[in-house]
Design a protein. Structure first.
Length: 413
């Protein structure tokens, strides 16, 4: 990423959404940060063998729902293709922020040319979105992977994840997050709250510029006393997945066997996500771009910001040695250079933990040849189980299995 110049953190406090104090961070020009505006207005093949490109336009996105069994692809690619998505964060364009990103971000010193054109077009469009019933996410796609059949597994490799703008937002909305009814700490929404009167929602938004310091990138959060906290960036997509096998309109908030809104912060560059294919063509999509997120995501959102993301999409058939478990798989499964990551999902956090434990034992047994009793013992002694998020209706728990534990050649299978 290019060096950011001109990100000066002002000490002036700005009252946002009544009673929510934010510390504005004027990004007056940030001239050395290249704002990644769209490469084009239609899905296309890139030149010189660089793969394919999918922009976020009114024609290529859904707002608040996922592709279903009747979804039409915006692009079809062969298995093994590299596809770049320009994803758009929902922060700054939602109804409780006024649905006008230029106006919304201007209060933090952001100039109009620093606001993404695709975000502006989506906010100003007639795209159907119910702020109460629908999810918040701008879902880009779907892309058909040729030859994919229900029961296969889609292997998604994270090749590149690059911020498109030098700023992001962390949101705490009433009735949501890990402490609904306790946060935000104000009297709550007032009558008349709507797009024209977003301040009446009384939701709290924390604006954070991103800045290069010592060759590394950070989100800069200032508290009411002006104290600065630097959060190292680890970009990833909270949401990516395959079409849901239903004719209904799937809400974009809860994750499931189709992946979707998993919010797994380990899915950074170099990671891989394996997703059980639900419908022919797989129909891959990307959404909910994050700059960084803590496990739990307790406020409701992470540090959210738009990304330019490049993935390699490969179909795995039953019996393929690259599969982490026997197909058809029940749940998505993740992998990084350091860890294998079985995923547990359930609306009940206790059941999500059980699901993650079962997936861990299954992986150790099927892939590494460990008997189930030994797998349970190993899981108890060595596997860290992480709560990925508790804010998306369906909770997520991951088992973190260290690859280094098996590097000595003890696997006899």
């Amino acid at each position: 990423m290019e060096k950011v110049v001109g990100l000066r953190i002002a000490r002036r406090a700005v009252l946002v959404c009544a009673a929510a104090w934010m510390f504005a961070a004027p990004v007056s020009h940030a001239r050395d940060f290249k704002i990644l505006q769209p490469l084009g207005d239609k899905p296309m093949r890139l030149k010189q063998g660089a793969g394919y490109y999918v922009p976020s336009t009114v024609e290529t996105v859904r707002w608040g729902s996922l592709p279903n069994a009747e979804a039409k692809p915006v692009l079809a690619v062969p298995s093994g293709s590299v596809v770049t998505f320009d994803s758009v964060s929902h922060e700054g364009i939602l109804e409780d922020q006024g649905k006008d990103p230029v106006k919304y971000f201007s209060q933090f010193g952001i100039q109009p040319e620093q606001v993404l054109k695709d975000a502006q077009a989506i906010a100003a469009s007639s795209l159907d979105h119910d702020f109460v019933k629908d999810g918040p996410h701008i879902v880009t796609g779907p892309v058909e992977i040729q030859g994919a059949k229900a029961g296969d597994v889609l292997k998604v490799e994270m090749i590149a994840l690059k911020p498109r703008v030098p700023y992001g937002v962390i949101s705490n909305r009433h009735g949501k997050g890990a402490l609904p009814g306790e946060f935000p700490e104000n009297k709550g929404p007032e009558a008349g709250a709507d797009t024209a009167h977003p301040e009446l929602y009384r939701n709290v938004f924390t604006f954070c510029p991103i800045k290069e310091i010592g060759g590394k990138w950070y989100g800069i959060l200032k508290d009411k006393n002006g104290r600065e906290t630097r959060i190292p960036l680890r970009p990833f997509h909270g949401t990516m997945g395959v079409a849901v096998n239903t004719k209904e309109k799937p809400n974009s908030i809860p994750p499931g066997e189709y992946a979707g809104n998993l919010d797994i912060n380990d899915l950074t560059v170099g990671a891989t996500l394996y997703i059980p294919v639900q419908v022919d063509g797989a129909m891959f999509y990307a959404a909910d771009p994050h700059f960084v997120q803590g496990d739990g995501e307790v406020a409701l959102t992470a540090l959210e910001g738009s990304l330019r993301s490049t993935f390699r999409l490969t179909v795995l058939k039953a019996g393929d040695p690259a599969l982490p478990m026997k197909a058809p798989m029940k749940n998505p499964f993740a992998e990084t250079p350091q860890y294998w990551i079985p995923i547990g999902l359930n609306a009940d956090l206790n059941e999500a933990m059980k699901d993650a434990t079962r997936q861990t034992i299954q992986f150790l047994n099927e892939k590494l040849g460990m008997d189930r009793a030994s797998a349970m013992a190993y899981a108890s002694a060595a596997v860290d189980f992480q709560v990925t998020q508790v804010v998306d209706r369906v909770k997520g728990v991951n088992g973190m299995i260290r690859k280094s534990d098996f590097a000595a050649g003890g696997n006899k299978k």
